[in-house]
Design a protein around this ligand. Sequence first.
Ligand SMILES: Nc1ncnc2c1ncn2[C@@H]1O[C@H](COP(=O)(O)OP(=O)(O)OP(=O)(O)O)[C@@H](O)[C@H]1O
Ligand SMILES: [Mg+2]
Length: 224
Amino acid sequence: MAMIELENIIFSYNPEEPPVLKDLSLDVEKGTCQMLLGDNGCGKTTLFRLLNGLLFAQSGAYRLDGQEITRRGLDDNRQSKRFHQRMGYLFQNPDVMLFNARVYDEVAFGPRQMGFADAEIERRTEDCLGLFDLTELRDKAPYHLSTGQKKRVALAAVAALNPEILVLDEPFAGLDGTTVDRVLAFLTEWKKAGKTILLSTHEREMTASLTDRVLVLSEGRITS
Ligand SMILES: Nc1ncnc2c1ncn2[C@@H]1O[C@H](COP(=O)(O)OP(=O)(O)OP(=O)(O)O)[C@@H](O)[C@H]1O
Ligand SMILES: [Mg+2]
């Protein structure tokens, strides 16, 4: 059984318009890295929001380790917490993710939500600040950072939760060469550690060595 199973998913934002995702099916095996390609507006972000339980399909099934993920299920606090601990999501636009007053608190937010002990929260936060070269920015307001810096904060916040599955929506967009290398090194380590990675990108060469499968989203379906 695949870790993530999408079966005949139909999703539309607006019932009067044709659906964005049309009879989409996809299996993702644990420990693999999948690269999602597709034209602007084809539905990559929509698919990722669905995987993260931010949107729900009008029909079809979404299963994680055989368990169906539904709006009703995620309304339950315990189930929702467990789900979001397993699945980390990097938004395409980091502005949507960042809302704390300090970079440190942004990265510590997830571990605090999960109710870890103080020492564990501190350890994870410091590790992840270091991993994305944010130690010197720790007291800054995320709001005032540059786009690339914000993306690094968002990545650190996702990493601090140590999720089993990483869903990254255009993780390289707007990053300089050094930061791209940092993110690639991070993804390589995470893959080695057995994590499952889905990422959308328009820069396919960058992650070619990490990728087990290239998925193309076109006309609402995965076509390869
Ligand atoms: N909140 C929304 N309400 C209505 N329509 C939406 C909404 N978000 C996206 N759409 C529409 O759904 C389609 C898919 O958008 P989506 O953002 O998933 O594409 P994408 O593949 O991520 O594009 P990009 O490469 O530009 O990031 C587009 O036609 C878009 O206009
Ligand atoms: Mg998108």
